[in-house]
Design a protein around this ligand. Structure first.
Ligand SMILES: [Fe+2]
Length: 462
């Protein structure tokens, strides 16, 4: 083993420079959501089966799948990495520490190790990317943005580096999630210009269009930029974004067509795919669209994942799918989350304690058409839903479910309040204006109904 240097000049302990270069290729594939990540990691191992960072990365990948059955494999990767710590650099040891915390299901502890890493090694793209994951899945949008900002002093002007564009798209996404849409779009487009295969750059601009209700712009963007062939399943998430925009403008037939050919992958059990699928069908249900037996497939897949309990964001979607096909199974699932939060002391239990359990309880009530029960469980915790992780666009489903439940239970004052808040935040959102106009009509407010209808028409033309 020797101490060599990677593409940004950081020290890496490895058997050969070829192994370090292969590791760099794997990291870049991960950054661009390539479909060759697994092959490239294997290639790295073929050059150095004991490389500490390769073992760490394998452990990260196992944990990122969000499948409890893979945690022992992450643990094996950790033990392999720990075997090399005696000769490891301080940076490598921090990565081992992060993986160790993660294997203990302590995502906050892992974040602390990665934050320590980027403070001393701001060029560490892997640590920055992992913070992008961990801050995202505990709903910490401020640090999602600021973790990239904290290292930018070292990246300014480093367009010569292959990973510069990927850093730029991460910076853009953090800005998007904290509402700086203009700067996010500018940097996202710049990152896409540097690397057309950077899925995160394409994705960030799509998020900006979604949040600003610029559906036409977003659909044009995704049609032009979202078709790169060598992406992994993340391409389904890009299709999901297009589906959201088609839904918002009422092109429901196209949403269903895209669901079948672009969003849904029958062979996939990956959580991101399942959450995309569940989220789009739930939106179609708002409008009473017949989705056939599509829920059954998702519900059955969710049944196989009830013991994961690693990501609250994912479990909220599973609760929705289970509640759609099998209320008893859904109720048992919610009870199991209750038991888990009381008996464990990990990141998931912490989030379940604050909001995850109540959210799942509300979603199952919603699916049982207990709309009062849904409102009672969800309304008190609505401001904490961000802690389950995911993006603003993804979590918007739960805001819409609360509005739908308020309307269906004829809690008009609450519905008016929620929709007034929503239209103030999203003045171009046609659906929200239409829902507000109907709510005001139900309350006998004819002048308000007329005004909101005019706003809906104007938003539809803008
Ligand atoms: Fe997204």
């Amino acid at each position: 083993m020797s101490v060599l240097t990677d593409h940004v000049g950081l020290e890496v302990t490895a058997a050969s420079q070829e192994a370090v270069d292969a590791f760099d290729c794997t990291l870049v594939a991960y950054l661009r959501f390539g479909n060759d990540i697994g092959d490239l990691l294997k290639a790295t191992y073929s050059l150095d089966s004991e490389m500490l960072l390769a073992n760490v990365l394998r452990g990260y990948f196992m944990q990122m799948m969000g499948v409890r059955a893979l945690v022992p494999k992450a643990q094996q990767a950790l033990e392999a990495a720990q075997g090399g710590t005696a000769i490891a650099t301080p940076r490598e040891q921090l990565h081992v520490k992060a993986l160790e915390a993660w294997c203990n299901l302590d995502l906050f502890g892992a974040s602390e190790a990665w934050e320590a890493c980027i403070r001393d090694y701001p060029m560490d793209v892997l640590a920055v990317k992992m913070l992008h994951y961990s801050h995202f899945y505990v709903g910490d949008s401020i640090n999602l943005r600021n973790s990239v900002g904290r290292v930018w002093h070292a990246w300014e002007g480093r367009e010569d580096l292959e990973t510069y564009g990927y850093m730029l798209s991460m910076r853009a996404f953090g800005l998007e999630e904290t509402g700086d849409y203009a700067q996010a779009e500018s940097l996202g487009r710049a990152a896409n210009n540097l690397n057309e295969s950077d899925a995160w750059a394409v994705h960030t601009v799509a998020h900006v269009c979604e949040m600003e209700d610029r559906q036409t712009d977003g659909i044009v963007w995704l049609n032009a930029k979202g078709g790169y062939r060598n992406w992994n399943n993340f391409r389904h998430h890009l299709a999901w974004h297009k589906g959201l925009m088609l839904f918002e403008v009422g092109r429901h037939d196209e949403v269903l067509a895209l669901y079948d050919d672009g969003i849904f992958d029958p062979d996939s059990n990956e959580y991101l795919d399942l959450t995309n699928d569940i989220s789009i069908l739930a939106r179609l249900d708002f409008e009473g669209i017949d989705v056939g037996d599509r829920w059954n497939v998702l519900g059955e897949k969710a049944k196989g994942r009830v013991d994961d309990k690693l990501l609250a964001f994912v479990d909220a979607h599973f609760a929705l799918a289970l509640g759609t096909i099998d209320n008893e199974a859904a109720r048992n699932y919610v009870s199991s989350i209750d038991d888990y939060r009381d008996s464990k002391d990990d990141t998931y239990a912490h989030i379940a304690q604050v909001v995850g359990y109540d959210l799942c309880d509300a979603l199952v009530a919603y699916r049982a058409k207990d709309f009062v029960g849904c409102v009672d469980a969800l309304e008190p915790v609505r401001d904490h839903v961000e802690l389950i992780g995911g993006s603003n666009a993804q979590r918007d489903l739960f805001a819409q479910i609360l509005i739908d439940a308020a309307i269906r239970s004829e809690q008009w004052s609450l519905a008016r309040s929620l929709l007034s808040e929503r239209t103030a935040l999203k003045p171009r959102n046609v659906r929200a204006w239409r829902q507000l106009s109907m709510t005001l009509k139900s309350m006998g407010d004819d002048a308000g109904y007329q005004l909101a209808s005019i706003k809906a028409d104007a938003a539809g033309r803008s």
